[in-house]
Structures are given as structure tokens and as C-alpha cells.
Design a protein around this ligand. Structure first.
Ligand SMILES: [Zn+2]
Length: 173
């Protein structure tokens, strides 16, 4: 199945069409819309490719490109607002490899932010971010190993568990 929810909308990874959802949405209505969307996109051909940032552009331009075209989540948006020197209204950090993947892709889009200076800045947001930033290279290695092996060694690599360890170190759980 090539359909997913991307930036809060239903999205087809094959043809790139999206369907805008109006939130809040009751669960059974959402289920119906997902089913209908899946039927509609059952046999469409693979024409969509994930938009790539032009690395010859400046930091701000790349950042805005990601904001418009990238796959956003709450933790990656937290990085975005922090690095853009904008007010971070709600600090969210990644809970699992899926959240991590969006942060990872943001850093790929704006590699200038994946540096010590910005890592310290992000780490100041909360103790969880601080611990995650300290271990970002290790997490990146684990993530890349997972994608290389198609998530088949997910358990052995233990990325999810390691992320929990980073997060919980600071919540006293
Ligand atoms: Zn489609």
C-alpha cells in the first residue's frame, strides 16, 4: 500500500496526490476516508518522487523549502523553529524511529543545522532533546543501518529502545 498520512493529509506515495483532512475528525470517518483513498489509489503508477532540496541554495531558502515540501512532524518542526530563531511554542522531541526519520530528513535538507552549534541550541530546549542531541551520531548510525537492512534487523539494532533510554534518563522513570 502506497498511501500514508503526510503532513496531516492523506497522501499517495505513488502519484503524489493528497486529500486534505479536516481536523478534528472522528475515527470511523477517518477510517472511511482512508479506505476510499486506498481504493482510488490502488493502481496508480509511480510518478511521485520525494522533492529534494537544492543544496546550492542558502540555509533559509532550504529551510523554507523543507517546510513547504518536506515531511513534517512535531519534533522536526521543533528543530525548525529553534534553528530559525523563532519562538518554539511547543517543544516536542522524537519518540521513535519514525519521528527520528523526519528530523533526519530535515537535517539532510539543511545540513548546516546538523552541527555542534545548533545541536547545543536544540539541546537547550529540554533535557530530552539534550540527551538525544548528545547521542545524535549514534542514532543516525542506527537509523541508517535500519534503512540499509530494510528494518529487518530492527530488534537487534535496538534503535527504539536506545531512544527510550535517552528520553527516560531525564524524566526519572
Ligand atoms: Zn495515487
Amino acid at each position: 500500500m502506497a498511501t500514508t498520512i503526510r503532513n496531516k493529509n492523506l497522501f499517495c506515495l505513488n502519484c503524489g496526490q493528497s486529500y486534505e483532512l479536516q481536523y478534528p475528525i472522528p475515527v470511523d470517518e477517518l477510517t472511511k476516508k482512508i479506505d476510499a483513498f486506498n481504493v482510488l489509489h490502488e493502481n496508480c503508477s509511480k510518478t511521485w518522487i520525494e522533492p529534494k532540496v537544492d543544496q546550492s541554495k542558502g540555509i533559509e531558502e532550504k529551510a523554507f523549502f523543507w517546510f513547504q515540501n518536506g515531511e513534517r512532524g512535531m519534533s522536526s518542526e521543533t528543530i525548525w523553529f529553534c534553528c530559525m530563531n523563532k519562538e518554539v511554542k511547543r517543544v516536542c522531541y522524537p519518540y521513535d524511529p519514525d519521528d527520528f526519520s523526519r528530523c533526519y530528513k530535515l537535517f539532510k535538507a539543511v545540513p548546516e543545522w546538523n552541527t555542534d552549534l545548533y545541536r547545543i541550541k536544540i539541546g537547550l530546549l529540554c533535557p530530552e532533546w539534550s540527551e538525544l542531541m548528545k547521542n545524535w551520531d549514534k542514532l543516525t548510525e542506527m537509523y541508517e543501518e535500519n534503512t540499509r537492512t530494510n528494518w529487518k534487523n530492527y530488534k537487534e539494532i535496538g534503535m527504539y529502545e536506545f531512544m527510550q533510554k535517552c528520553i527516560m534518563k531525564n524524566t526519572g522513570i
